[in-house]
Design a protein around this ligand. Structure first.
Ligand SMILES: Cc1ncc(COP(=O)(O)O)c(C=O)c1O
Length: 487
């Protein structure tokens, strides 16, 4: 009834609120001693990796050498190195970030991104995280109802971040059987753009999430250039979200190493007015709690437009000071990032071995980020083990999903025997089964992983599983997951 006190848009916002769902989860997290029945969060992409021994079922990992968790490292650094100054308790220098912070970040980007043109502090604007910058960017370049192209699957918060206030809508691009990291994918973006136009949606931008969340892969230079040319052809902005830029834990062949859009000579492909980069302290620096991210752009009108309303998302001067001192200590930063990559790689290898041994498929060629894209519709190795040697996994998944979706075999299989992961018999389609498994995991097994339906997956049965977790959490999380799906 109290909704009657709200405006129309207030009511829409009240209905969209996720607080009732998320608050009980985040306030009841698992702890081995203090809260052993708490919820395992393998859904939130935080870099809280520990480098302790990670043991699980028949696997004992002994090749982890570090001794400090990444979040603990930042905390230790802060406790022993950071000194506050009186100006850190003022409003600061304005809702774009202090000159000192922008200089430290520009130096950081110049060191690690290998930009073709040097990043200048005046081309950076800070806000309280990329989350806010997506909102601000949408306000500045789009009218309500305009669209931004994003390939599927995709980070789940983009629709709300762009859409909630700026009403900038995500138009998701399907890859069908194409590899979305290849230059061939441009035709899918073009199809999506033209279809959106027919529906009256004016596409204003393309978001390139590189390294990709949730697929954990980097885009080759050739694809980035093809996307720049596509943006130029249609007068679009190219917004590169590079929040996982320095969490690439394996750059050796055949993996594609990370290339920032800034490291590519884009002059022949796209105007600097249309090329923008997002970065943040949240992932590479394990500092999501600082709420601090930046936009790089040489489009001065865009920067002025954002500056006019960036005070709604201003980052506190104290947090800015913390980030500045972290970035200015280049020796510490270098060691921290190297260690973080090492820990991520070890955890990735351990978790993928575990999945493999339990017959769980996951998307391959991963070399970046904190997550695995796992397939829990059924055990592909159980059903089609012999065929795996002859056909690529992606083809098998596609074929079997299509078959399941079209044939109603799910409802005709009361014993569920060939599909051990989901209780499919009572469901009419696998998307429902995915939701049911998600709910079962959360409510009965107190384990949260992100279902593919919320990440715009093209096929049912995919889940994003975050492996950059403390060892206790991973051990218990996998135990509960395997228990839930009966492997
Ligand atoms: C691809 C991507 N962009 C942006 C964000 C949010 O970044 P921030 O913490 O700076 O708001 C996330 C967080 O998960 C992310 O995965």
């Amino acid at each position: 009834m109290s909704e009657a006190t709200l405006s129309e848009r207030g009511r829409v916002m009240a209905q969209a609120s996720t607080r009732a769902r998320i608050e009980p989860l985040l306030s009841n997290l698992y702890h081995p001693k203090d809260n052993p029945d708490g919820i395992i969060d393998m859904g939130t992409a935080e870099n809280v990796s520990q480098a302790d021994l990670f043991t699980m079922t028949s696997i004992t990992v002994t090749n982890l050498t570090g001794q400090h968790p990444m979040t603990k490292d930042v905390s230790d650094f802060a406790n022993s190195n950071i000194r506050t100054i009186p100006s850190a308790f003022t409003y600061g220098e304005g809702p774009w970030g202090s000159k000192r912070l922008r200089t430290a970040m520009a130096n950081h980007m110049n060191k690690y991104y290998h930009p073709v043109s040097e990043v200048s502090p005046q081309d950076l604007i800070f806000s309280n995280g990329i989350t806010s910058l997506l909102d601000l960017f949408g306000f500045a370049i789009a009218s309500p109802g305009d669209g931004i192209l994003i390939s599927r699957p995709s980070y789940h918060a983009f629709p709300a971040d762009f859409g909630a206030r700026a009403e900038f809508q995500c138009v998701f691009v399907s890859s069908d059987s194409d590899d979305q990291f290849s230059a061939a994918c441009v035709r899918n973006y073009e199809t999506a753009l033209l279809e959106a136009r027919e529906r009256g949606i004016c596409i204003r931008a393309l978001l390139l999430c590189n390294p990709h969340n949730p697929l954990g892969r980097c885009y080759p230079v050739s694809t980035i250039i093809a996307l720049m040319q596509f943006c130029d052809k249609y007068g679009l902005h190219l917004l590169a979200d590079e929040v996982y830029a320095l969490s690439v834990f394996d750059s050796s062949s055949p993996h594609v190493p990370f290339h920032s859009v800034l490291s590519i000579d884009s002059s022949a492909h796209l105007s600097p007015n249309h090329l923008h980069v997002l970065y943040s302290m949240s992932k590479d620096f394990a500092c999501g709690g600082l709420r601090l991210g930046c936009l790089y752009s040489r489009n001065t009108a865009l920067m002025d437009s954002i500056s006019a309303i960036s005070h709604f998302g201003q980052c506190g001067a104290l947090n800015q000071l913390f980030a500045t001192q972290i970035l200015e200590d280049t020796d510490w930063t270098e060691g921290f990032l190297a260690k973080s990559r090492k820990v991520l790689r070890s955890k990735f290898e351990t978790c993928t071995q575990l999945l493999y041994r339990h017959g769980i498929e996951y998307s391959k060629n991963v070399n970046a980020g904190f997550f695995l894209w796992v397939w829990l519709l059924y055990s592909i190795s159980f059903v089609l083990h012999p065929a795996r040697f002859l056909l690529p996994d992606s083809f098998l998944r596609f074929a079997v999903s299509s078959f399941l979706l079209s044939s109603q075999v799910l409802t005709q299989n009361p014993t569920d025997k060939p599909f051990p992961f989901l209780s499919l018999s009572s469901h009419t389609n696998p998307w429902e089964a995915e939701n049911t498994l998600h709910a079962k995991l959360l409510h009965d097994y107190k384990t949260y992983i992100t279902p593919g339906s919320t990440l715009q997956a093209e096929q049912p049965g995919w889940f994003r599983l975050v492996f950059s977790q403390e060892d206790d959490v991973l051990n218990e999380g996998f135990r509960r997951l395997f228990d839930a799906i009966g492997v």
